[in-house]
Ligand binder design. Sequence first.
Ligand code: DC
Length: 234
Amino acid sequence: MEWRDAAHQNDAMTAAPTLPLIAIDGPSGVGKSTTARRVAARLDWQYLDTGAMYRATALAIHRAGISLDDRPSLERLLSMLNLAQKGERMYLAGEDVSEAIRSHEVTQRVTPVSANARVREVLVDQQRHIGSSGRWVVDGRDIGTVVFPKACCKIFLTASAESRAKRRFLELQAKGQPQAFEAVLEDLQRRDLADRSRAIAPLLKAADAVELDSSDMSLDQVVDWIVARHQAHP
Ligand code: DC
């Protein structure tokens, strides 16, 4: 074999194969989950909500009364952690915790849990196990950078803090849980800072991700844009 052929063969073998998976990363309140779920439905793919996994883990840690610094107890809990997502519902040891993980309390507690290195190791492992078969839409903060760097399609979904806070403010009003706009905005900005500045797997755009600023787009427009982008670059 010519050295040139050998080099080509080598290139072909080492060229990173892509995984048929859409990674949607972005800050809190940008509408990733709703968008990802709708994109998955359009493609007839499955949807994985990794934020829900961190939330369910925070709930389990809270219920067990464990401190993140108590390494042996944390290890024991993680080794028995039984999470399952079925459709839009999240289960912890067989219990439907879909509502509980959206509570204000869990939202406050999840930030330090998601910044913990051991928690991330265990959950990233589970996420890879689930998604590695392909045909998944996965949303989170580190999906394109850490969990599935070979995803064929990476979207970094953004929107201004004000437009995200406005959506959240209206959502809370509709749910009958109104909060002052300023408080909603401050909470979002606090979570943005925590997600972006943490040492492990901070929120950042993968080099090969496309950024979509959805500040002035409707949900339908965002979904159409991602589906079209995926179809153009399968
Ligand atoms: O998207 P969400 O608000 O449900 O996420 C809950 C928390 O988990 C939030 O603190 C960000 C964190 N998270 C993360 O660190 N990595 C992910 N892949 C998904 C969520």
